[in-house]
Design a protein around this ligand. Structure first.
Ligand SMILES: [Zn+2]
Length: 161
């Protein structure tokens, strides 16, 4: 189980345009030094869902993680999340991704992020904003959660050397 980077420029560029990328950076900065988090929606059903979607709206959801002192934790307010998704569906939008920020790096999902994804696995792109990498491409990166593959059973006839 791990996050795998989505590095295909054509894919990530089509997923999140420049304007919305800038908006994500702004939302992240406004919450720093806390982690910011939220959802990505699309009205563009033509492009399909998930990894081939095109984000048309980004929103932040209050971070209700109990211990902000760690500063590398986020937990979307479940009530606000449900309300936002319900309103979006009414407006003809689909949830196409999740995002959160690391106010002070690293530019990759943390161990806590993996624990969070494990408990709520969604086959959607995860967008990570690293404010310590502002001004570079690495400030916004794209990830896919790959659940654990079941351990293969011991092979019959395998010889222990
Ligand atoms: Zn994180």
């Amino acid at each position: 189980m791990a996050f795998e980077p989505i590095t295909d420029r054509a894919l990530t560029g089509a997923f999140l345009g420049e304007e919305l990328r800038a908006e994500l950076l702004g939302l992240s900065m406004s919450e720093a030094p806390k982690e910011a988090c939220g959802l990505l929606f699309s009205t563009d059903v033509e492009t399909g869902l998930g990894y081939r979607a095109r984000v048309t709206r980004v929103i932040s959801i209050p971070n209700v993680a109990p211990d902000f002192t760690l500063q590398r934790r986020f937990e979307l307010d479940p009530v606000a999340w449900v309300a936002a998704e319900r309103a979006a569906r009414k407006a003809g939008e689909d949830l196409v991704g999740m995002w959160h920020s690391h106010p002070d790096g690293p530019p990759r999902p943390s161990q806590e992020d993996a624990v969070g994804a494990e408990s709520l696995p969604l086959d959607l792109p995860y967008v990570l904003v690293d404010l310590s990498a502002l001004g570079s491409e690495a400030a916004v990166t794209f990830w896919r959660w790959c659940p654990a593959t079941p351990a293969s059973p011991p092979r019959a006839g395998r010889r222990d050397l």
